[in-house]
Design a protein around this ligand. Sequence first.
Ligand SMILES: Nc1ncnc2c1ncn2[C@@H]1O[C@H](COP(=O)(O)OP(=O)(O)OP(=O)(O)O)[C@@H](O)[C@H]1O
Ligand SMILES: Nc1ncnc2c1ncn2[C@@H]1O[C@H](COP(=O)(O)OP(=O)(O)OP(=O)(O)O)[C@@H](O)[C@H]1O
Ligand SMILES: [Mg+2]
Ligand SMILES: [Mg+2]
Lengths: 465, 465
Amino acid sequence: KVTYSEISPSEFFYRNRDLAGFSNPSRALYTSVRELVENSLDACEQASILPEVECKIEAGPEASKAGDQLQFILTISDNGPGIEAKHLPNAFGRVFYGSKYKLKQSRGMFGMGGTMAILYAQITTNKAVTISSCFDGKIIHTLDMLIDIQENKPVILRHETKESDGKTGTSVRLTLMGDYLRAAQKIQDYFKQTAVVTPYADISLIDPDGKVTKYERATEATPPPPTETKPHPYGIDVEALRRLIKLSQDQSLAKFMTANFHRVGDKTAEKFLSFAGFEKSAKPKSLSNEDVVKFVNALHQFEEFLPPDASCLSPLGEEIMNAGIMKELQPEFVAMSVRPPSAYSGFPFIVEVGIAYGGKQIPQGVRLLRFANRIPLLYDEANDVAFKVINDEIDWKRYRIPQDAPIAIITHVCSTKVPYKTVGKEYLADRPELERELKNATRDILRKLSTFLARKGSMEFQKKK
Amino acid sequence: KVTYSEISPSEFFYRNRDLAGFSNPSRALYTSVRELVENSLDACEQASILPEVECKIEAGPEASKAGDQLQFILTISDNGPGIEAKHLPNAFGRVFYGSKYKLKQSRGMFGMGGTMAILYAQITTNKAVTISSCFDGKIIHTLDMLIDIQENKPVILRHETKESDGKTGTSVRLTLMGDYLRAAQKIQDYFKQTAVVTPYADISLIDPDGKVTKYERATEATPPPPTETKPHPYGIDVEALRRLIKLSQDQSLAKFMTANFHRVGDKTAEKFLSFAGFEKSAKPKSLSNEDVVKFVNALHQFEEFLPPDASCLSPLGEEIMNAGIMKELQPEFVAMSVRPPSAYSGFPFIVEVGIAYGGKQIPQGVRLLRFANRIPLLYDEANDVAFKVINDEIDWKRYRIPQDAPIAIITHVCSTKVPYKTVGKEYLADRPELERELKNATRDILRKLSTFLARKGSMEFQKKK
Ligand SMILES: Nc1ncnc2c1ncn2[C@@H]1O[C@H](COP(=O)(O)OP(=O)(O)OP(=O)(O)O)[C@@H](O)[C@H]1O
Ligand SMILES: Nc1ncnc2c1ncn2[C@@H]1O[C@H](COP(=O)(O)OP(=O)(O)OP(=O)(O)O)[C@@H](O)[C@H]1O
Ligand SMILES: [Mg+2]
Ligand SMILES: [Mg+2]
C-alpha cells in the first residue's frame, strides 16, 4: 500500500542530519560551534563592528553521562548588532529562514546552520535553547525556545525583557550530547585558524575544565565590507529572468538590462539586444515564453559582457593574511599570491594563497589549510579542489623543495556564492575556473619559496666557507 | 539594512542545485535520467512487477542550440503500478513529497529527485513537463505541469483523461538544456551497470540518433521484496521517542517497547526497563522530559538488544549478482562474498562484493563498480568508503595479483538508510561498521581470485611441460 507524505525542511534535515554535518556526537559538537561562531562573525562584520566572540563549553551534570558522550552546555556570545525581537524566533527556529539569501559574500548562505545546531541539541537532550539579543541598545530580549520539527516553526516557552547597558549583541546557549574528548583538537584548530584569517577579532574559547584560550585582536584594520551585487548575465536562467521581468518597471529591454544586470551599460545592452535579435525599445513584459528562452540562451552566448567585477567582494588582502599567518604560525618565511578576480557561472570570486615555511610551529611535510569566505574547512580535505590541485596538478619537483620541509599552504576563496558540495560546508567543488586560479596561485607561491630556499641555502653555504 | 526572508524547499534547491547533482548541462542530463529511471524501478519492484523501462532522449530543434548545449526531450516510461491522479501533481511538483519516507529499503529516500529533474528542465527551457499515468488499468491521466518554485507547488496547465488498454504505468516527458555529447558515456555506463544488478528488468535506451540499446531481461527471478521495519533502539533519539509516545496507545512501558521497537520481545523489554530504572508497568505518557532523555541514553547503553535483523532487506543475492556480472562483463572468472547482516546507528545493512576477472570486456587494471540499494554510483569515486577500503586498507601484495590484471570489483550495499553524504547520492560515508564489512568482503574475494590465478598458472605450466 503506497502512502504519500510531505515533510517540512526541518523534518528533512532531522532525518538526514549527516548531510548538514551532524553525523556523530563529536562532529555535531564541532559543527554546532562552527555554525554559531560564523553567525556571530557575519553579524559583526555586516554591522562594521570589531568582533568580540566568546565560546564557552561547559560539561553537563555527571548523571547525564552516556558512554563517551556527555551533555555539554554550549554558549556563544557576541557584541554584534543583535537581532530584532520580531525576527528572533524565526532566525533560530526555522530552517530556510535568514538574512543571507542575497548575492553578497558572507559565511552563511543556506539559512539553516544555527537552526540545525539548536535542532540537534533538542533531539539529544530535550532541553530548550536560551537566546538573548539586544538590537536597540535599550532592551535585552531573552527567549527559551524549542523547534516544532514537524512544522518547521519555533515554540516559545518563555520571553523576558530587561534593560541593556547600551550594548548590542547576541548570545545562544544550548545543551547537547557531545563528545568533547574527540572534538577538542578540531575545535581548537578551528579557533586557531579562524584567528589566522580574522586577526581583527577578539575570540575566546573556554573549555569544560574552565581553561580560557584567548585569540586576541592583532590589528584593528578590517577588510572593506562586501557589498550586494546584481546578477551577471552568465548566471541568469529562465526562472531568474522571468522573475526579474515580473518585478520590472522598466519600459524598454535596454533599460531593463542596465537596471538589472551586473556591469551592463547602455552600449553593451544595445549590442547584446541586436546580437540576440530583440528590439531595444521592446517592453520586457511583452516577451513571450519562447522569447525568454531565446533571451537566456543569447545571454550565455554573447561574448562581450564585461566579466564580473569583484569590487563587491572582500578578500583578506595581503596585510591581513600576513598578519594572521605570522601571529598564528610564526614561520621563518611567508609568501603570498592574490589572483586577479575571476568568475564561475557568473559568480565573481577571488583566490588568495599563502605559504608559510619553517619556524618552530610548523611540522614537517606539506599541510593544507583551506578557507572559504573566511571559514576554516577542517574536514574532507581529500575531496576538496585545493587538495586536488596541490596533489595532482602541481609538479613539485621543479621547485626543488625538500620533501620533509615544514610547509603550510593557506588557500582562501571568497565569492558571492562559494561552490560547496555539501550543506555541511566541508569542501569546494572543482569548478574549472576555480581550479585554474588555485593552480596559478600555488605555482606563484612555490616559485617564491623556491627562490627563498635557494638564497638561504647559498647564504648558509657562504657562512660555512 | 538586514532584511529576512524565508524560502521554500524548491527555492532552496533551485538556488543550490549543485547539491542535488545539477551542476552543469551534461551532469544535469545524467542526473535527470538517473532520478527518473530509479523512480520507475522502485515503483515496479514495490508492486512486484517485472520492470520494463524505456528511456528516450531526443534532440530538440536545431534552433535551440546554445554552444555545446541543446534542448533534449527526455521521456522515461515504465510498466509500473502508476500513480493515483490525486497524488500525481504533488509527487512530481513538490520537493519533500513522496512515498519513501519509511524505514524500508528503496532507491529513493529524499522525496525530491523526480521533482528536481522537472525543476531543472523548466528553468532551462521554460517548457512544462508532461506526465501520464494509469493506476487502475482503466483511465490514463495526462498532465502538463509547471512547478511554482517560490511556493513549492505544482501548477497544472492541462489535464486530460483517456481509456487505458488495461495496463498500468507512468511516463514522464521533459525538455531540458543538456549536453549529450559529454554525458553519453556516463549515461550508457549507468544503464549497463543498472542491468548488472537488475537482470530481471527489461531496459531500453534510445539515443538522439534513434539508436536503440536493449538490456534484455536475463532472468525472471527477482529478489524477495524489502519490507518495512520498526526502528531499532540504537537509532532512537529524543524526538523519535517523544513522537512514539505521543502516538502510543500502549498502557505499559513494556508493551510500548515490544510494539514499537525492532526485535524487542517481552523478556528484553523487562531486562532493559530494570537496567534503565523504569517501572515496566508505568504508562508511557507518564514519562517526564527528563525521563525521556534518561530512557534514550539507556537505550544506547544497553548491550543486550538483538542486533538489527536484516530480513527486511533485499540483497541482490549470489544468483542475481552472478547472472548480471556474467551477462554484462563476460569474465573468465567470478567470485562473490555476501557478508552477514550488520548495522550502523540501528540501521541494518548488508554488503555484497563480487570480483570479475579476465575475458574480453574487462580492461587492464582494477575498476571499481559501486552500487547502493541497486543504484550505480558513477561519480565522486575517490570520496567513497569503498574506494578508501580498496586503496588504503587492502594489502594487495599478499594476494599476488599482477598489477595489470583485468579486474572489476563490484560492491553493493543495501540498507533501510544508505549513508549518502550528498543529496545527489554520489558516494557513501565511511561509517566504521560499513568500512569493516567492505574490507572483510574484499579480502574474501581477493583470496578466491588469488586461488584461481594460482591454479590457472599451475595448469598452464603443466600444459607447457
Ligand atoms: N549572532 C547573530 N547575530 C545576528 N544575527 C544572527 C546571529 N545568528 C544568526 N543570525 C541571523 O539568523 C539568520 C539565520 O541563521 P542561520 O545560521 O540559521 O542561517 P544563515 O547564517 O543565514 O546561513 P547558514 O545556514 O549558511 O549558516 C542569519 O541569516 C542571521 O540573520
Ligand atoms: N515512475 C513512477 N511510478 C510510480 N510512482 C512514482 C514514479 N515516479 C515517482 N513516483 C512517486 O513520486 C514520489 C516522489 O518521487 P521523487 O523522485 O521526487 O522522490 P523519491 O523517489 O521519493 O526520493 P528521491 O528524492 O530519493 O528520489 C515517489 O516517492 C513515488 O511515490
Ligand atoms: Mg549561519
Ligand atoms: Mg526518486
